[in-house]
Design a binder for this molecule. Structure first.
Ligand SMILES: [Zn+2]
Ligand SMILES: [Zn+2]
Length: 266
């Protein structure tokens, strides 16, 4: 079955991704308002009735901003681990109890025609996961908030045909920028975010012919630009003698505008 992927929004102001087949779809994170999610999906002729669930990576607001309304108004089930639910379910947050679904780490579950596995990543939230999602032979990995690529996460990332991976900050922009020292240290730490250089070096190590699409995601508003992220990737690849030869399609996901639909054909 063919699979369509679209980033509705990606960055430190809000993250939400759509993955669908010809019958159903799922969302990964709900970090923008439910109104925006509905509108962006409608623009693609996708109705909320076809959305079978939303997978949640962690409790930071740029990943759960629209979750209350999605569960209360649209009754969309939300899937994440016990520990992440504990961190999300504060008395102030009115998540519909009927929509809470707990999933174990590193165990496949089935939803909307996809086999899905949550894997742990290192980030400064009570727990944070990436998702490895399979449809037939096609494998999609989404890893957007991680300070480094740990040994547990790496195999899920290496297997992807479509990889959505963080390229959060340009190292020079962050160091020279106006953020206070503690915040710079937090972002650069092993539990913060991936910088352009870090991501590029990792990609240069794992690049292979079955990795057909690379989406650089979760770019910082203040410490990065799409041009810098792309330049760093190309420079690192060229330093390593890697010639892309048109085998891989590389996209930079926009912070506020939905991406083109990426179609993986079986
Ligand atoms: Zn984030
Ligand atoms: Zn985060």
């Amino acid at each position: 079955m063919n699979v369509n992927f679209c980033s509705l929004s990606s960055g430190s102001s809000g993250n939400c991704y759509y993955l669908g087949n010809e019958f159903h779809g799922i969302l990964i994170d709900a970090g923008i308002s439910a109104t925006s999610i509905r509108k962006f999906l409608k623009d693609m002729d996708i109705t909320m009735q076809t959305i079978m669930g939303v997978l949640i990576t962690h409790n930071h607001i740029d990943h759960i901003r629209g979750l209350e309304i999605l569960t209360r108004k649209n009754s969309i089930p939300a899937f994440t681990t016990h520990k992440i639910w504990e961190s999300i379910l504060t008395p102030q947050r009115k998540i519909s109890r009927d929509c809470i679904r707990e999933i174990p780490l590193q165990q496949k579950f089935h939803l909307a025609g996809f086999d899905i596995e949550a894997f742990p990543v290192c980030h400064d939230a009570p727990e944070t996961v990436g998702f490895h999602i399979c449809s037939g032979e096609k494998k999609i990995t989404i890893a957007t908030d991680l300070g480094h690529i740990c040994q547990t996460a790496a195999p899920y990332i290496k297997e992807a045909n479509l990889l959505v991976i963080e390229s959060n900050y340009d190292e020079q922009m962050l160091v020279n920028g106006s953020y206070p020292h503690y915040l710079k240290a937090r972002i650069q730490s092993d539990h913060g975010h991936l910088g352009n250089h870090q991501t590029s070096v990792f990609l240069a190590d794992i690049i292979n012919d079955s990795l057909s699409h690379i989406c650089l995601a979760h770019l910082s508003k203040n410490n990065n630009t799409p041009e810098k992220a792309l330049q760093t990737l190309h420079r690192t690849f060229s330093e390593r003698g890697i010639n892309l030869n048109g085998q891989q399609i590389i996209s930079i996901l926009n912070r506020h505008i939905p991406s083109e639909i990426i179609r993986l054909v079986e």
